[in-house]
Ligand binder design. Sequence first.
Ligand code: PRX
Length: 654
Amino acid sequence: MSESNFESISTEKRIFNPSSAFSDSARVPSLEDYKTKHAETISDPESYWASVAGELEWFEPWTKIRDESGKPFLKWFVDGKTNITVNCIDRHIAAGQGNKAAIIWEGEPGESDARVLTYWDLYREVNRCANALKKLGLKKGDRAAIYLPMIPELAITTLACARLGIIHTVIFAGFSSNSIRDRIDDCGAKLVITADGGWRRGQILNLKSIVDEAIIDCDSVTDVIIVKRGHGDPFPCKVKEGRDKWYHRIIQDQPIHCEPEKMDSEDVLFLLYTSGTTGKPKGIIHTTGGYMTYAYDTTRNVFDIRPEDVYWCSADIGWITGHSYILYGPLLNQATVVMYEGAPNWPDSGRFWELIEKYRVTIFYTAPTAIRAFMKWGDEWPKQRDLSSLRLLGTVGEPINPEAWIWYHELIGNENCPIVDTWWQTETGGIMISPLPGATPTKPGSATLPLFGIEADVLNEEGNSVEAGLLAIKNTWPGIMRGIWGDEQRYRDTYWCKWDGQYYFPGDGARKDEDGYLWILGRVDDVVNVSGHRIGTAELESIFVGHSNVVEAAVIGSAHEIKGQCLVAFITLKAGVDASPEIIDQLNQLVIQDIGKFAVPERIIFAADLPKTRSGKIMRRLLRDIAEGRTMGNVTTLADPSVVEALKRRYAEN
Ligand code: PRX
């Protein structure tokens, strides 16, 4: 997090109480209720989680609620058998809610592309797809990579995999072919589900050709399914005989019922790749019973969701937010979910407010980056629309600066909607720290207090509780990841080594105030959060040093007005090579090829030398100081102090 942001949240003192109108009908109606119940769930977590899980359907009950004997490898609802799709769909149909809207989808091109799927429609489509996958020979435990735009088939195919116990790994459609290949190779996916194209700001993204390039040498892939995005002829794409199949053809004659696989609680439901401090992105493992229970409980507590709500989370299903709070959590709660394919500023900057007005959205969940962009685009856009249907607002993905919080509160919430600032991660499966909207007085910039069953603290390196330090989670919870695919050691090292396995270490800095409220300060490792997207600086550095003219590269995160943080790369070229615009272009192209456009650095600064300690370690702290225009921190350990002065000049010139 930037210094200025840190200062503004350090001095922030305003408190906003939930309105009595909201509290009166809320699931948790007061801070006292929250505190009493939270204390109970900490002293007896097993009873709490058993009662939550007991509201869901199980083919066979669990024999033990949790098993920590192999910690940090954890088990929840041991021996229980269930299927998450039965709980997301069949359960609601059995309760007579089959005709309730499950998904209201709108494509980027507008009106003509709107589609509503009731719970019954979803049942039919998911089951037809599952039967088609079965016919292709796919079975429980196989892996399927899903690379689709935000269209209903993204939800349908993901759920169809879950119905059969095929482990899905959804890949955000902004990732490049190299990223897809890395993920497929890592998990040995047999199947790839993609589309002939998707719309983004009036342009067609040729997803199938990106997949074709990705899987040229992937021996594990035996089948590719292509969803036809539009109504007419498909977008131009190659179809490889034998391997590739059109989605609409393979599902057309399939029966509408498909027996759900009886999944063990600890059978893997999905993998989701995310960036870490070192190496390639890691496949975070989530299993069935615990993830389901946690997504169910956190959705209803944080969003106070009701049958009549129209809920819209503007994330993409390709990220964890979309998994837990577009797909699984809301569907487990029988919600009506809005799903939107396009960008917030296409065809104009009022698109989101138009959708809220059109569908009478009651709960809206978005990222601080988006809020800052809306602020920049001007108040006239939201003011043109009737946003009076909104009753609750949420944010996720990065710290929210108080200015953005207040704008959201005033302009979008009409000073009438509680704001839930939700802190969590891919690894945690669901929200961990957040206000409960009817109970928790909010402070702009603070994610406030831990949810039920979660014990959070701020510790120093030695494990002592401090006011400002590292965020730590003391206990375990059902939704926590079960490991990293194929890399047990990395799982132990990354999350459990800091305090001898006693606490989960998320990699974030935090501050705790006099009311016990938590203020998340951002990552303390070499992961940068650009517009809420996690990017490992080591990943980018290894891409840059792969360029034949680059000797050395250091990438840091620097404060950015809209994106929260942006990437700045400091690069040393080979002697005699000119720092030309062509080289910048080549370096950016390498990032686009290897990761995707969203990871292209904001600035590339060429430097004859990088600041290093006498033992040769690059001092990134100083690079951050330079990028954020701060007075230098301690420079006494620098091998050559003149390097910093030269870099400062270069930075100012660029
Ligand atoms: O640094 C924290 C930040 O996002 C990281 C997790 O990123 P990812 O796994 O991609 O999941 C994002 C969506 C859950 C965290 O380590 N982060 C997430 N939410 C917040 C946040 N930082 C501050 N406040 C938040 N509300």
